[in-house]
Design a protein around this ligand. Sequence first.
Ligand SMILES: [Zn+2]
Length: 243
Amino acid sequence: MSAQAVITLDIDWAPDYAIDFAANLLIEAQVRATWFVTHDSPAVRRLRQYPSLFELGIHPNFLPGTTHGKTESDILQHCMDIVPHARVVRTHGLVQTSNLLEKIIDETPVQVDVSLFLPHAAALEPVVYYWENQKRLVRLPYMWEDDFEMVRPDGVWDLGSLIDRGTGLMIMDFHPIHIFLNSVTLDTYRSVRALGRLVDLSEEVVRGHIDEGRGAGYAFRSAIERMQRSETIFLQSFSGAIA
Ligand SMILES: [Zn+2]
């Protein structure tokens, strides 16, 4: 079983310049990616101009203090209004219960869930999560995420070689702000946040905090460079692929 690598990004209310920065790297390399969208913005609308390159999914926030809605159903509807054609979901903060999965199956056209994080797991594969009346959700576990890698003692940033050595489904998760900052540790991001909310800071100010060395931006470029050499796919293609 050879590796099938997929790049995903959780937008997490990133400023437009960070979304554009990550998108342009993918566009230049013609590598496909799945974006989990938290809000509407000009940069999010620009992603829609590349339907053969970018798949958009929803990234509902069910955590306390969410701005996505009052009830689980409201939150799902709000996110589907932003991305009406979404077929994939990853919940913000990886919130999940069997009740919530049932609501996703019953109340949205989403067919694929990517909210299971199994760090550095090898040889992963899609599984079908059945519910009553033969309703189903395909669940795709993912195995690498930029901010978790920052706190691992054995963090891997050379994703090109990780993919070369790997087998099975290798779904990686990035955040546009960490790609832009090339965050090496969580302190990179914290040093910016200490100055204020991201929306209140100029791109120039944030740019002054870009990290050097092996960080999220380095890993993103490493994955893209490797994936340029293979066919890249959308996660929704798994929805009908398994019985
Ligand atoms: Zn998130």
